[in-house]
Design a protein around this ligand. Structure first.
Ligand code: KIV
Ligand code: NA
Length: 263
């Protein structure tokens, strides 16, 4: 596989092709995913839940994500490596810059941040300094206590317009990629059509430029509540790498997500 860069994702968007993304937290699974053709690997703060067993992502520290980013970077192959800024890294722009620098030094190639239009200053300053940014909107798990649970966002027209407006503001500030979590498929489509940067979706319908899932959900080893938008590929696969390859193929052929996975 050719090395995946931001230019690759932009070219895929403009040719109407999708790309696959999956979380990875260590070298072995990063290698398996990369070998299976997965375009983007995310060292997500979901590691607090799937690796550490917490009920939210809030306990995850910058050191935790750096540790797993170094490990995943060693196995990432040709895939593009994204890493999450943890809870409260957006407390000040200075902290955002310092925390992003630590993740880039650990091997990240693009940084994902949660936050609405008010995150524009942080996004602008990161971008100015050569750090590509993916802005995560919709269901932002770091604000789960304010949202009152892991719920679909942007259901009414006013909320949907606000998410689209926030996405535009963050792209104007320099965001290279937008990630939408848990929004109606119609909003996933509207944001993807409105923006000229790649849009990644999770529970955001079939029309986003890329799809992402948490690795543990793809392998069917997550505990607790299984969200509607996930699919256990291990059920039909004969190895972990085969499960990753099937997920990748389904994304490329737009066979995943199906309406059963969408809102
Ligand atoms: O932390 C994570 O794994 C994420 C994805 C679910 C998008 O942010
Ligand atoms: Na995350």
């Amino acid at each position: 596989m050719k090395t995946v860069t931001l230019s690759t994702l932009r070219a895929l968007k403009h040719s109407g092709e999708t790309f696959s993304c999956l979380t990875a937290y260590d070298a072995s699974f990063a290698n398996a995913a990369s070998q299976a053709g997965i375009d983007v690997l995310l060292v997500g703060d979901s590691l607090g839940m799937v690796l550490h067993g917490h009920s939210s992502t809030l306990p995850v520290t910058l050191d935790d994500i750096c540790y797993h980013t170094r490990a995943a970077a060693a196995g990432k192959g040709a895939s593009l490596l994204m890493a999450d800024l943890p809870f409260m890294s957006n407390a000040t722009v200075e902290r955002t810059l310092n925390d992003a620098a630590a993740l880039m030094r650990a091997g990240a190639e693009i940084i994902k941040v949660e936050g609405e239009a008010w995150m524009a200053d942080g996004v602008r300053e990161l971008t100015r300094r050569g750090v590509p940014v993916c802005a995560h909107l919709g269901l932002t798990p770091q604000t789960v206590y304010q949202l009152g649970g892991y719920k679909v966002q942007g259901r009414d027209a006013e909320q949907a317009e606000r998410i689209l407006a926030d996405a535009r503001t963050l792209v104007d500030a320099g965001a290279s990629v937008i990630l939408l979590e848990c929004v109606p498929a119609s909003l996933g489509r509207a944001v993807t059509e409105a923006l000229n940067v790649p849009v990644i979706g999770i529970g955001a319908g079939p029309d986003t430029d890329g799809q992402i899932l948490v690795m543990h959900d793809v392998l069917g080893v997550s505990t607790g509540h299984t969200p509607r938008f996930v699919k256990n590929y291990m059920a039909e696969a004969d190895s972990i790498q085969d499960a990753f390859a099937r997920y990748h193929q389904d994304v490329k052929q737009r066979a995943f997500p199906t309406p059963a996975h969408c809102f």
